[in-house]
Design a protein around this ligand. Sequence first.
Ligand code: GDD
Length: 323
Amino acid sequence: MRALITGVSGQDGSYLAELLLSKGYEVFGIVRRSSSETHERLTHIRDKIELIHADLLDQVSLSQALKRARPDEVYNLAAQSFVPTSWTQPVLTAEFTAVGVSRMLEAVRDVAPNAKFYQASSSEMFGKVLETPQRENTPFYPRSPYGVAKVYGHFITVNYRESYNLFAVSGILFNHESPRRGFEFVTRKITDGVARIKLGLAKELRLGNLDAKRDWGFAGDYVRAMWMMLQQPKPDDYVIATGVAHTVREFADKAFQSVGLKYQDFVVSDPAFYRPAEVDLLLGDATKAQKNLGWKPEVSFDQMIQIMVEADVRRLQDTVNRR
Ligand code: GDD
């Protein structure tokens, strides 16, 4: 089996590449050319996968990538994925996160119409939620240019399935985290902050809205669900979530506690990190995925925080030791 992953250098891309390699796949990944190509998350598997230069903004490059990879499965994980940036760069976000999906689907339809297609959809589409918990048929009410772009990506995937009979699925994934999470997202910002404070490298941690609630799972569990969706007899859409929500405050509380500190002594709520429109609560119901895919999360909320804090402490300790 051959798989092509867009966004392979990101958190989910790297976990998915590992999973597919362990299943004996030949893995191809799309990366954008840059003058400083590091792909840190891929270092340990760099010689086992083939990277192809292409860009979601460049239709021809996507077709060329598909011709090179000749994939049985295509995972579209690339996007402008940081919600706050979608207010400062709304048009670019739409180009990558919305129209980029059309470009990918057009390339698949043209070059690899028998390939199965996975679209990384997001719980951000539920936004100002119209029901709780959110499931596959909950109406969308996105609250950011990012959320709006993801709704486009979701429906264009459904539309290509219905228009052209492509095996195209949309996975509506709730927040999922790991030690490979980017530092700008709140969980990683917290675990990195906790490690810095513990090691005496920082004195405080400035966050935004501590009352926002999210359904946080472990990224390694979530990429397994992506693969499972493509092994089904029929293409369909699935919510992937743990079914438990916590506030940002609770996350911070547990993360600080895990190194014997109190978050109240270090966390400052700074209006600079508030969003123009907030998503107050996301809580998913993954019953359909449990029933049809046999999927369930394996790493708990507490375990995940522990793993993330320990990884950040280790990483920063190494840096300190090298000085
Ligand atoms: N980033 C960030 N930084 N968020 C903060 C902070 C802070 O300092 N303080 C509070 N928050 C709150 C945000 O306001 C938001 O309500 C919540 O923490 C989570 O923010 P993020 O971790 O940035 O994630 P997100 O929920 O906006 O989006 C993530 O999950 C989506 C799935 O629901 C991203 O991974 C998206 O790409 C993904 O689609």
